[in-house]
Design a protein around this ligand. Structure first.
Ligand SMILES: Cc1ncc(C[n+]2csc(CCOP(=O)(O)OP(=O)(O)O)c2C)c(N)n1
Ligand SMILES: [Mg+2]
Length: 888
């Protein structure tokens, strides 16, 4: 190899290389896109000729956009700098003074300080608040940067000083400011909850995709709207952040822009101390097909690059890792001179004319408005896919001794010296004493900078963030039109899942609301029998169906279409939930009341993506989560990882989630119908979790007068045929059938009469009982009120035996109001692979176990002979010494 380098041909070849480069430069000088084309053609030719071509996933550690390709900055930098400094100050002062006054109340100052310029360039030049009568760009802010967003709203005059003083004080009888972006807490301001790391970027990707879905289906008009997601570099470690990025390129989402704030730090310390996070992210995003724009160095480096003829500067930059870069910004100019430039005499020479202070203030790209502007502009112009901007910044920028320290994420207060240094550094026109108090500062409305700020926002259509909810015009189909589902199955054995799918097909045909329905499945359509729906409305495919499906000659073929209505997400429950979120908040974000029905394997719901459900509720999302293959004994054969006996417990933790566990199709139809009415006609900010089972049995017709009971949680289904009932039997889902069978065994074999109740929602019964109890507690002088549960059971007699395919804690929720009456049978413990009969025997929720539990309880109450009860248990085949399934 060495020999070859020294051959004369090699020298000649260098000349040839120079010639080629010269020719290439000429092409690029006239049109860089042609340059790119030429290079691509050469690469392809090389591949054909068998010359190995390395793919370039990581480019040199410098800005993607060269200086000579930059356009000039269109704004007034002097005024913008002033504004940005004031926002920085007020954001910091808000957190600082709040923590002085209320120690430990928290907040963050160093995240926004690194992000400020990246946001300000957006606010002044890019973030549209509207597109005609359509809402504007969607911006997902880094949650911990919210103080900066509030501080901007303060300068805009949207919040007064009093409001700022109520940061993290939401319970003081005056409007407060929530710690992070929460639409639930500030419904006129925040649109997107982002603070749980990873949820923002994931939702942003699916938001951009859902926007295209609505456009392609003709539900909304096409606009230039963009989805901007500001993401922390530490946040990119969340699988949620990066796990779905390939969807962006696959669906050519050029309406999506990620800005990763690469301040090189997370909470504890460096994100990649021994490497460079920007390199890693560049390779990841480029590999996934994104347009990557790196904004690493500020304009003041341009001159150094120009004077560095040997490429030593870049060489030195590529020798340093993020841990070094952090230390440079923490330790000052002299340290940088020695440790960075000092490695090579030529580099020392480059900065010989600069003071240490000037060396220290050589900017990073993410603090340089010109570099940022050019990157955003490029991102906007990029067609055919999403863009990520990797912007290098400094955590705690300008915060004196807090800057670039490992502990800077946790800093909430500045020292007096740091406050002084801050006002000097950013030129804040406050006297020292006021500065030390952390006083806010807003120039008069007539000040040129405030006028400028208002003009910029006016030009872009108004203020951001802003959340609005238009009046929804929605016509819920009357329950009387759903006779096919309320009228019973005419003895035909069907499941609630089948009943739901046919109801869904009907709703999809509804002339008023059909087009608003968004069926979502994570590769489980066939599990739920959705083949007919696929044929009916098609699967959404951004590029249509480019292939002839193998089953095209069949009636129910796999139909993909550009205006397909189903979102078939593939195996991603998190992605499907993100689609559910985009659809369930479209009533506000796009002014169209989309109605998502997300059908999934119940087990892979709340326990897998619970945090996203929480964020959905925070977003005031509406829609139906349909937990298919529900129940620990109804889902036969699948065992421990598939049999869901606890989602109802988890669903009960979400305040706006209404949970139902219907046994019959008429119950399910009544719940869905009322859900549509409540969410979309009554504009209630709630959503539904409804279990669907796959056990087939005859669906009875809806009895008279049970609607209220179904919706509130319980109704008497089959009263004791003769005489007064000695016990009350509660059942839900398919276990209701076991309860009905128990009622018969008890009557025929043991001569005991019982009432049977269908319990559609213990969660709702409990919520109502708690609310009534609270009212009674707070109004001791008023006549006592009764909950729906108490009223329903008022005239009933005897113990209550409740059986469920979910954990015992589900019925137990109502036990405080049923003192010593309630006996619960449920499916605590892990699932097993077996059939229903054996599973129900094992978990003690079959009819025999219900009978046994009733006799046992009556025996304890002296209403049945104890010895007879023990004998009955044996007769019923119940093994008194069997291992407790909860521990098995
Ligand atoms: C799911 C989740 N885990 C942990 C946290 C706690 N947390 C808040 S901010 C933060 C560090 C953020 O670092 P980075 O994403 O780099 O943002 P920066 O503040 O540096 O801009 C952590 C761990 C959280 N908010 N969400
Ligand atoms: Mg960070």
């Amino acid at each position: 190899m060495t020999m070859k380098l020294e051959t004369p041909e090699q020298v000649d070849f260098s000349a040839e290389v120079s010639e080629w480069i010269e020719a290439f430069d000429e092409v690029v000088a006239s049109d860089w896109e042609q340059g790119a084309h030429l290079l691509e053609a050469l690469r392809s030719r090389a591949r054909q000729a068998g010359v190995p071509v390395a793919s370039e996933l990581i480019t040199p550690y410098q800005n993607t956009i060269p200086k000579h390709d930059e356009v000039p900055y269109p704004g007034d930098r002097k005024l913008e700098r002033k504004l940005e400094a004031l926002i920085r100050w007020n954001a910091m002062a808000m957190v600082h003074s709040q923590n002085k006054k209320d120690a430990g109340i928290g907040g963050h100052i160093s995240t926004y300080s690194s992000l400020a310029t990246l946001l300000e360039v957006g606010f002044n030049h890019f973030f549209h608040a509207r597109y005609g009568d359509q809402p504007g760009d969607f911006v997902y802010f880094q949650g911990h940067a919210s103080p900066g967003v509030y501080a901007r709203a303060f300068l805009e005059g949207r919040f007064d000083e009093k409001r700022l003083k109520n940061f993290r004080h939401e319970l003081r009888g005056e409007p407060g400011l929530s710690s992070y972006p929460h639409p639930w807490l500030m419904p006129d301001f925040w649109r997107f909850p982002t603070v749980s790391m990873g949820i923002g970027p994931l939702n942003a990707i699916y938001q951009a995709r859902f926007m295209r879905y609505l456009e392609n289906r003709g539900v909304i008009e096409k606009t230039d709207r963009k989805v901007w997601a500001f993401v922390g570099d530490g946040e990119t470690d969340e699988v949620d952040t990066l796990g779905a990025i390939s969807l962006g390129s696959r669906e050519k989402l050029d309406n999506l822009i990620f800005v990763v704030n690469c301040n090189l730090q997370r909470l504890d310390g460096p994100v990649r101390g021994n490497k460079r996070i920007i390199d890693e992210l560049e390779a990841t995003f480029r590999g996934a097909g994104w347009n990557v724009i790196k904004v690493i160095w500020g304009s003041d480096w341009d001159d150094l690059f120009k004077r560095d003829h040997k490429g030593l500067l870049l060489k030195r930059m590529e020798e340093c890792v993020d841990g070094d870069y952090q230390a440079f910004k923490a330790k000052g100019g002299a340290y940088i001179r020695k440790e960075f430039f000092g490695k090579y005499p030529e580099l020392l020479e480059l900065v010989a004319d600069k003071t240490d202070d000037e060396v220290f203030h050589l900017h990073r790209g993410g603090h340089d408005a010109i570099k940022i502007y050019n990157a955003y502009k490029r991102a906007l112009e990029h067609k055919g896919g999403p863009t990520v901007i990797l912007a290098k910044t400094v955590k705690g920028y300008g915060l004196g001794s807090t800057q670039a320290r490992n502990a800077s994420h946790q800093e909430k207060k500045l020292t007096d010296e740091s406050l002084e240094a801050f006002i000097a550094r950013f030129n804040i026109p406050l006297p020292e004493s006021a500065a030390k108090e952390g006083a806010f500062y807003r120039p008069d409305d007539s000040a040129p900078e405030i006028k400028y700020l208002q003009e910029r926002r006016q030009e872009l259509g108004g203020y951001l963030p802003k959340r609005e909810v238009p009046k929804i015009d929605f016509k819920t189909p009357a329950i009387s039109t759903l006779g096919e589902w309320t009228g019973g199955s005419n003895k035909r054995a069907v499941s609630t899942t089948m009943g739901f799918v046919s109801l869904l097909r009907h709703l999809l045909k509804d002339p008023a609301i059909g087009k608003l329905i968004v069926p979502i499945v994570p590769d489980e359509g066939r599990t739920f029998g959705l083949e007919s729906v696929i044929r009916q409305v098609g699967i959404y495919a951004a590029e249509g169906q480019k292939y002839n499906p193998h089953d095209s000659d069949m009636l129910l073929y796999y139909r993909e279409d550009q205006d397909g209505q189903i979102l078939e997400e593939g195996i991603t429950e998190a992605g499907s939930m993100a689609s559910f979120t985009a659809a369930g908040t479209a009533y506000s974000n796009y002014k169209v009341p989309m109605v998502p029905f997300y059908m999934y394997y119940s087990m892979f719901g709340f326990q897998r993506i619970g945090d996203m459900v929480w964020a959905f509720a925070d977003s005031r999302g509406k829609g139906f989560l349909m937990g298919g293959t529900a129940g620990r004994t109804t889902m036969l054969g699948e065992g421990l990882q598939h049999q869901d006996g606890h989602s109802i417990v988890l669903a009960s933790t979400v305040p706006t989630c209404l949970t139902y566990d219907p046994a019959y199709v008429y119950e399910l139809a009544a719940i869905v119908q009322d859900g549509l009415r409540r969410m979309y006609e009554n504009a209630e900010d709630v959503f539904y979790y409804i279990t669907m089972y796959n056990e087939d049995y005859a669906m009875p017709p809806m009895p008279e007068g049970v609607t209220e009971g179904i919706l509130r949680g319980m109704y008497k289904l089959r009263p004791a045929p003769s005489g007064e009932a000695a016990a009350q039997l509660f059942g839900s889902g398919p276990i209701l059938n076991e309860v009905l069978r128990a009622q018969e065994i008890l009557a025929t074999k043991y001569n005991i009469q019982t009432d049977v109740w269908s319990i559609t929602s213990y969660n709702e019964l409990r919520r109502d009982a708690l609310a009534v109890e609270r009212w009674n507690r707070l109004h001791p002088a008023e006549p006592e009120r009764k909950s729906f549960l108490q009223k329903s059971l008022e005239k009933t007699n005897g113990p209550i035996i409740a059986a469920t395919d979910y954990m015992k804690v589900v019925p137990d929720q109502v036990s405080p109001w049923l003192p010593s009456r309630l006996v619960t049978l449920g499916t605590d413990g892990f699932g097993r692979s077996d059939n229903r009969e054996h599973l129900r025997r094992h978990f003690e929720v079959n009819a025999e176990s219900i009978v046994g539990a009733t006799l046992s309880k009556l025996a304890r109450e002296g209403k049945f002979k104890p010895k007879a009860a023990q004998k009955a248990l044996a007769e019923l085949g119940l093994d008194s010494e069997a291992i407790d399934p909860a521990r098995a």
